[in-house]
Design a binder for this molecule. Structure first.
Ligand code: ZN
Length: 279
């Protein structure tokens, strides 16, 4: 396994999910400002038809925003992706909502990453939504045939968000993968794992497992299958469960999951619920 330096707060979807990765940069600063007043109006009144979603107080609240859709098609697209991810998050303490009004954002192509042009302005948008809805993560769904997904958190402002394509057959898996990152899951495939953040929730040393993974393991009644994944800094790195069946591994399933139907492994579900309970 090749572990490459370079990821920071961003992580990308599994290479198999995104066989042809095309990354773009979102030039959203000006346009987010332009969209601000309309968006705030749209969610000002939770009883209005401009705002769709329900929530349990202690759950993690995902709010979807569409980019590049017409006002008519946006609610349909948001409801469609929520329907796809809802099934995947069965057993995880999450809620979903969406904002009916689309945003209109511009794109510039770059090589490696999807990134908000101005994260501070994204954070301002997040704070604004938070005044009327208890959003924990903003999911920005983009109307483009290019395949990408990214997940990030701005620690200073607590702004958590994912940006992903919605116009791709794999949208359900891409969205699920990125949303899982928002709930504390890490990647276990070859790139974007700087050694200083290893071990993570998917890759661990025998004598160096992160607390969240150890805690989940202690709650599991059985010991999951363990596989060697390569070396990092000259030390052996391991993972639980078959990497080809793992949405955070080298995802390319050839056989049914050893753990059952869920796209998440039992450990991943425990890690996410633990993460949510500690928010
Ligand atoms: Zn990822």
């Amino acid at each position: 396994m090749r572990l490459v330096n370079g990821g920071t707060e961003l992580s990308l979807t599994s290479a198999a999910v995104m066989s042809k990765i095309i990354m773009k940069k979102l030039s959203i600063s000006l346009l987010i400002l332009l969209a601000f007043s309309r968006l705030c109006f749209a969610i000002d009144n939770p009883d209005s038809p401009d705002y769709v979603g329900q929530f349990e107080k202690n759950n993690w609240h995902f709010v979807f925003i569409g980019v590049g859709y017409s006002r008519d098609e946006n609610p349909y697209q948001m409801a469609k992706v929520i329907e796809l991810v809802e099934k995947n998050f069965e057993g995880v303490d999450v809620d979903f909502a969406y904002i009916k009004e689309p945003l209109n954002l511009d794109f510039n192509r770059i090589d490696l990453r999807v990134e908000l042009n101005s994260r501070l302005e994204g954070a301002a948008l997040f704070s604004k939504i938070k005044t009327v809805y208890p959003v924990d993560s903003l999911i920005i769904g983009v109307n483009t045939s290019d395949v990408f997904g990214t997940s990030a958190r701005m620690r200073i402002t607590d702004f958590s968000y994912a940006i992903l394509t919605l116009s791709n057959p794999s949208v359900g898996l891409i969205a699920t993968h990125e949303m899982g990152h928002q709930l504390g899951l890490s990647d276990g495939y070859q790139a974007y794992n700087p050694p200083e953040i290893l071990p993570n929730t998917e890759l661990f040393y025998l004598d160096g497992m992160p607390v969240s993974l150890a805690r989940a393991l202690s709650k599991l009644e059985e010991t999951p299958p363990m596989y060697k994944m390569g070396t990092c800094n000259g030390r052996k790195v391991y993972t639980f469960y078959e990497t080809k069946n793992n949405l955070y591994g080298n995802y390319s399933p050839q056989e049914p999951n050893s753990w059952g139907d869920s796209v998440f492994t039992p450990l991943q579900i425990l890690i996410m619920n633990d993460f949510i309970a500690r928010k």
